[in-house]
Design a protein around this ligand. Structure first.
Ligand code: SPV
Ligand code: MG
Length: 552
């Protein structure tokens, strides 16, 4: 299991303990180099039981030299990401300890605080130079002084299992076996938990000679970068404790990055490399993105989720004649923009961007970018209820927010959305008090009868729908429904259930949304009505198109 911010549960056993077990175990164990969070996670996923945070690769990923150019606190920062990204022990290549005994003390404390399991310090002087750069010109530390670094480090640790490995650079600096052993002996006596014996030869000659003499006085660690051709069996038989593959993830990445960069510079297109790079999804996986999504489900209130809109735009709008010969009504242009674009703009202005459009007539003609589409191929024989059912049945991966239902031929001023958004009721509609305008034009409209008519007093009271229909008498009518419905997130499942029940009833195949509103009321649902006046337009006829041109 890889850690994604999770463990409130304490890790058992601790990383320090697990590192100590690897160091002292009878099997040869392997540490892989990692230099940042993602490489650390990749190393753990591959099955490594511990990681080496190497100075060479950590400095290289910062783009600087392995000469203490990155400060020790910068290294510490990176280690924190690596610890967070993993659950396995990390051995830090602590170079020379970044100073004298006092710096080592502070380093050990900080490493323990950040969850680093162990540190390796080498017997050279600060600032250090990489062992493979002119090794024999490198000056070794005074033995006694180096022992003070070890002792101070051991005294500083609070967790008994934190390990300090000491690295003998005698061979690197051109000294022989005797000097290497003399130093190892002194470091061991000072409290070192294990010796890293380093060599720049192409064969394991030096490290094998050291191991023969040292025997099992303490665990011995090797870094076979230069004697890479040696079979691992040789190390196992010699009784080494840990092998460090010290720079191989970074070295693997370098040619891959160079090739990708060169190809892109040359080809100037992404197709040339797409099948040679990891999918973006793989980055998300390595980052633990799914854990965050689960956490959002747990911690973020559902109301706070993004609202979504279903725009019903399946019908042709035959009354518009020629204008809808090659496109549905929702795509008829009003002031140079399709009707639908005006609707989308109103929602976008209210901060709502998840919009699903139900298409029917000439679906390919509705192709505005950034919208989701659902098709109702039976649009000619069904009503809006069936279109709504199609949209509600479609998977909604980001589901959970409030739902707005809109007609593809009704444009409105954006403030009406704020009006709808405000009440916390499960179902909210806006009703136009200027309903006589429609009656006078003798057009079909969705009229509403409510618990009380619009009045100044009604402003302070909650008004609810009693019925919505095209045939409400003048005496009974309180307004005209504008076709905008808001459903609170918690009521969406109830809406979905009712809609699918109704859509499955043959008598409701041609049902319109006013049938749905009335059915909701009949079910005992409260549909809140907010009265407003004007600021919307239902585009049904050529006259409406002209009027809409002025309105928009
Ligand atoms: C490192 O990986 O930084 C090491 C090993 O210290 S070496 O580069 O061989 O010195
Ligand atoms: Mg190093």
């Amino acid at each position: 299991m890889v850690a994604h911010l999770q463990p409130p549960v304490p890790e058992r056993p601790r990383r320090t303990t697990r590192f100590r077990e690897l160091l002292h175990g009878s099997d040869l164990e392997f540490l892989l180099e990692a230099h940042n969070g993602i490489s650390a996670r990749i190393g753990e996923e591959a099955g490594f039981k511990a990681l080496w945070a190497g100075g060479l690769c950590m400095s290289a990923q910062f783009g600087v030299r392995d000469s203490n150019e990155a400060s020790w606190t910068q290294v510490l920062e990176m280690l924190e990401f690596m610890v967070d990204a993993t659950t396995i022990p990390i051995l830090l290549d602590g170079d020379t300890g970044y100073g004298n005994f006092n710096n080592v003390r502070r380093l050990v404390r900080k490493l323990e605080q950040r969850g680093v399991a162990a540190v390796c310090i080498e017997d050279k002087l600060y600032p250090k130079t990489n062992s493979f750069i002119d090794g024999d010109r490198q000056q070794l530390a005074d033995i006694e002084e180096f022992c003070s670094r070890i002792k101070a480090g051991k005294d500083a640790q609070r967790d008994d299992d934190f390990a300090i490995i000491t690295r003998v650079e005698a061979f690197i600096a051109g000294w022989g076996l005797a000097e290497a052993l003399r130093r190892a002996e002194a470091y061991h006596a000072a409290g070192s938990d294990g010796i890293l014996i380093h060599s720049a030869l192409a064969t394991p000659k030096e490290v094998l000679a050291f191991k023969r003499e040292w025997a099992d006085r303490s665990p011995v660690v090797i870094v076979p970068t230069k004697y890479y051709a040696t079979p691992t069996e040789v190390f196992r038989e010699a009784g080494f404790s840990l092998v460090i593959w010290a720079n191989h993830l970074l070295r693997a990445a370098i040619p891959a990055m160079q090739e990708c960069a060169a190809t892109l510079a040359r080809e100037q297109n992404l197709r040339s490399i797409e099948d040679r790079v990891a999918p973006v999804k793989e980055i998300f996986r390595l980052q633990g993105a799914s854990e965050l999504q689960e956490a959002e489900d747990r911690y973020l209130p559902r109301q706070g989720r993004d609202a979504r809109v279903i725009v019903l735009a399946a019908s042709r709008g035959s009354a518009l004649g020629e204008l809808t010969a090659d496109r549905p009504k929702a795509m008829v242009e009003i002031r140079g923009q399709p009707l639908l674009a005006h609707i989308v703009a109103a929602y976008n202005a209210a901060g709502i961007k998840r919009i699903t459009v139900v298409r029917g007539y000439l679906p390919a003609a509705i192709d505005l970018p950034g919208l989701a589409y659902v098709d109702n191929p039976d649009y000619a024989d069904t009503g809006e209820l069936v279109s709504l059912e199609r949209a509600l049945a479609a998977p909604d991966p980001d589901g959970g927010g409030d739902l707005y239902v809109s007609y593809g031929d009704v444009i409105f001023k954006r403030y009406l959305l704020d009006t709808l958004a405000e009440p916390a009721d499960d179902f909210v509609i806006v009703a136009d008090t200027d309903w006589r305008a429609s009656v006078n034009r003798a057009r079909a409209a969705d009229y509403v009868a409510c618990t009380e008519p619009h009045s100044r007093h009604a402003f302070y009271r909650e008004v609810y729908l009693t019925r919505c229909a095209e045939d409400i008498s003048e005496g009974e009518c309180h307004g005209e429904w504008m076709g905008l419905l808001k459903v609170n997130a918690r009521a969406v499942p109830r809406l979905r259930e009712l809609v699918s029940q109704m859509a499955a009833t043959p008598g409701h195949r041609r049902a319109k949304l006013h049938h749905l509103l009335t059915a909701l009321v009949a079910r005992g649902e409260k549909v809140r009505v907010v009265y407003t006046t004007g600021h919307w337009l239902d585009v049904d006829s050529l006259a409406d198109v002209l009027a809409a041109g002025r309105f928009a």
